[in-house]
Design a protein around this ligand. Structure first.
Ligand code: ZN
Ligand code: FE
Length: 260
């Protein structure tokens, strides 16, 4: 039976993900920043909330926990973070949890925040997937609010070590603005031009551009391409000094994007 994953848009540009095993009512929600759209989705699909997964402490990912656990006494899985008192099951690198008949394992991916984790799974007979919150986005990465460029680099390396076919369920629809920046950094990247055209079409039709895949991100995401000469050159030109270390390249590109 396939794992069914519903896309729940919330706020301006958040995606909350709700998953369940086909034919089963027990459903799990990832990063419920808001409770009402989750309750609506459960009702619409006749599902029952069985657990909550949290990637990091920001309110647009945690704001709905309180209301959801008030009406459903369910476990809350998340990082060991003083900022999220509602977590009932604190998770660390390499921990495994079985949800919706699917084995999820935990990656610690600090950078955007220090408490950031991701949940990866390889559902039977399907391509792998990862819920990666605000660390890796389609054509971008999260802002460095708490961690260093080096931590973000190592975290992206960790995600990048997943299989090419991995579906990337990130928590925001930032794709078009990320692509606008990426095409300035890498103007001659053909794959980037193709993705931009395809994703513009999706957004015009009101469709999400997420999930993306790791294979696509390797070709188009500047933050996964910091080891390449083209990126080192762009970062060097922007900072007016010679950068070759991929961590320094990432730091420069992230700073550049912050003010883009
Ligand atoms: Zn965040
Ligand atoms: Fe967020």
């Amino acid at each position: 039976m396939p794992l069914v994953i519903h896309t729940i848009p919330a706020f301006q540009d958040n995606y909350l993900w709700l998953f369940h095993q086909a034919g089963q009512r027990a459903a799990f929600v990832v990063d419920p920043g808001d409770a009402q759209p989750v309750l609506n989705c459960l009702k619409e699909h006749d599902l029952e909330l069985a657990g909550i997964l949290i990637t990091h402490h920001h309110p647009d990912h945690t704001g709905g926990i309180k209301a959801l656990v008030a009406s459903n006494d369910v476990p809350v899985y998340g990082p060991d973070s003083a900022n999220i008192p509602q977590i009932s099951h604190r998770l660390y690198e390499g921990d495994c949890i079985n949800l919706a008949d699917t084995q999820f394992s935990v990656l610690e991916i600090p950078g955007h925040t220090l408490d950031h984790i991701a949940f990866t799974a390889s559902p039977e007979g399907e391509t792998p997937l990862v819920f990666c919150g605000d660390t890796l986005f389609a054509a971008g990465c999260g802002r460095l609010f708490e961690g260093s460029a080096e931590q973000m680099y190592q975290s992206l390396q960790k995600l990048s070590a997943l299989p090419d076919t991995t579906r990337i369920y990130c928590a925001h629809e930032y794709t078009l603005s990320n692509l606008a920046f990426a095409t300035v950094v890498e103007p001659s990247n053909q794959a980037l031009q193709h993705k931009l055209a395809a994703d513009e079409k999706k957004r015009q039709q009101g469709l999400p551009t997420v999930p993306t895949t790791l294979a696509i991100e390797r070709e188009t995401n500047p933050f996964l391409r910091c080891h390449l000469a083209a990126l080192a050159l762009a970062a060097s030109q922007h900072s007016a000094r010679e950068l070759s270390n991929p961590i320094e390249v990432l730091r420069e590109i992230r700073l550049w994007k912050d003010t883009f």
